[in-house]
Design a protein around this ligand. Structure first.
Ligand SMILES: [Zn+2]
Ligand SMILES: [Zn+2]
Ligand SMILES: [Zn+2]
Length: 322
């Protein structure tokens, strides 16, 4: 398996199974990002503590304490920058007690006078789908919008739906059950606990939408769409990636995002080029975004549309969706 800087890795099913095993239960509709195989520390704004403060000596020291004081088998490997925080990577998802222990010692090693170093809590995503939703007739341009409106207003009126709506992570996605069907499905991704307890609360319950009882079902993580954090293509996990080398999500160059500023000339460091739009031979002015730019890149917009993804790449290209 390819190791990438944390926060960029989205190999969900693997992590999910690792974590489920460590918890002794299996919630197959819940997934944890790579950042979950880590402890994310959040130093206060004025803190001089950075990822670089976590030298091998500091990390070894924490590992020694973890082993001797709380009999933990977790071995922290390295620290890297994650947003405004510091990501300390671990080979598995640390337990809350392990996180609290590490945090205690980090605060001891790096005392900060006012606000102590914090950590961002573990959250996961659960994937649900709601079936038999009455299809809202509308032109193809307006349909997604109108369907979404009708769905959300029904959800907010339903006793089950109103609390579910509060957990929704991003805009649900709708798909007609078949081209001429009078019903459609909604894929709903929700915030969840690591154990997936929210999903369990909702699976097999009903919400009334437009007079129809629509059942909530568990969905497979990212059903229909997977993004490879290694080569940036859609359609496979990075642990199944067959690309020769990693592609930078910022410039599509042959390096990881973490090394972008090391390998790219300072003058060109701010130039963005999408790996997918480039491979798809889109016009030069339509490539100038990062491949993880969800607002601009058409690959993001169509990421659930396997048929669309398949026909984006020139016929003989081997760099397409696997
Ligand atoms: Zn790949
Ligand atoms: Zn780059
Ligand atoms: Zn793009």
């Amino acid at each position: 398996m390819v190791e990438l800087p944390c926060g960029r890795f989205r190999g969900l099913s693997f992590l999910q199974s690792v974590h489920s095993l460590s918890l002794g239960l299996l919630s197959k509709h819940t997934a944890h990002g790579a950042s979950r195989r880590a402890i994310i520390l959040t130093p206060p704004a004025d803190s001089p503590v950075t990822a670089a403060s976590f030298t091998p000596e500091v990390i070894n020291n924490l590992n020694r304490l973890l082993k001797s004081d709380v009999k933990s088998d977790v071995i922290l490997t390295h620290a890297s920058v994650e947003g405004n925080g510091i990501c300390i990577a671990a080979p598995r998802v640390p337990f809350p007690a392990e996180i609290a222990f590490v945090l205690k010692h980090v605060r001891r090693i790096f005392p900060s006078p006012n606000i102590p170093i914090g950590h961002s809590p573990i959250t996961s995503t659960s994937y649900l789908k709601i079936v038999d939703i009455p299809h809202v007739p509308a032109s193809s341009k307006e349909w997604a919008l109108k369907q979404h409106k009708a769905f959300m207003s029904a959800l907010n009126k339903s006793p089950v739906g109103v609390s579910l709506a509060k957990l929704i992570k991003h805009k649900p996605r709708f798909m007609r059950a078949s081209p001429h069907s009078d019903s459609c499905w909604a894929w709903v991704d929700i915030h969840d606990t690591v154990a997936g307890s929210n999903a369990r609360l909702y699976i097999s319950k009903f919400v009334s939408i437009g007079g129809t009882n629509c059942q909530i079902k568990g969905a497979r993580p990212h059903s229909g769409s997977v993004h490879c954090a290694r080569c940036q293509h859609w359609g496979h996990h990075s642990d199944q990636c067959r690309a020769k080398c990693a592609r930078c999500s910022l410039c599509s160059g042959p390096h990881t995002e973490a090394n972008h500023f090391k390998y790219v000339d300072a003058k060109r460091a701010d130039v963005r080029q999408c790996a997918n739009c480039t491979a798809a031979k889109r016009p030069a002015d339509k490539r100038s975004h990062s491949s993880t730019d969800s607002k601009v890149c058409p690959f993001w917009k169509n990421r659930f549309d396997r048929a669309w993804l398949k026909c984006q790449f020139p016929a003989r290209s081997t760099s397409g969706v696997q």
